[in-house]
Design a protein. Structure first.
Length: 145
């Protein structure tokens, strides 16, 4: 069975290109262009992975990620943030919001595909980690970036 990826991107050209290339790589894709649409589709489709842009209309990607992490339906769906925000504070904020990985634009397609494969491979282990109460989890070090 094909892995399903929800691509959340407000740039129509990039959204089309991502969906085309992911489909070509063997994934099933669904698309959302706003934060509200992303939340609705993530809950109804329960994808295997979400590619999440940060600069979205209505609700930004940071908030979408936090909401998804607190919803039992989507709490374990891996999320890769895909954004033009490349500074370390945005990266730390994204990971603190619950993202599993953070890829900056512009990106190479092969690089993105390798990050997707890595996160999908690690997903079962991440589920176990998310079951640990937040107070017991190690905090990410800002020096790791």
């Amino acid at each position: 069975m094909k892995k399903r990826i929800l691509v959340v991107e407000d740039d129509a050209d990039l959204l089309e290109l991502l969906c085309f290339n992911l489909t070509k790589a063997g994934f099933a894709t669904d698309a959302a262009t706003t934060g509200i649409d992303a939340l609705k589709k993530a809950r109804s489709l329960t994808p295997d992975l979400i590619l999440l842009d940060l600069m979205l209309r209505e609700i930004d990607g940071f908030a979408v990620c936090e909401i998804l992490r607190h919803d039992p339906t989507t709490a374990f769906v891996p999320i890769i943030m895909l954004t033009a925000l490349s500074n370390s504070l945005a990266r730390i904020r994204g990971l603190a919001a619950g993202a599993d990985d953070y890829v900056t634009k512009p990106f190479g397609y092969k690089h993105l595909l390798s990050r997707i494969q890595t996160v999908l491979h690690a997903a079962p282990r991440l589920r176990q980690f998310r079951d640990v109460p937040r107070t017991l989890r190690p905090r990410p070090s800002p020096l790791a970036f």
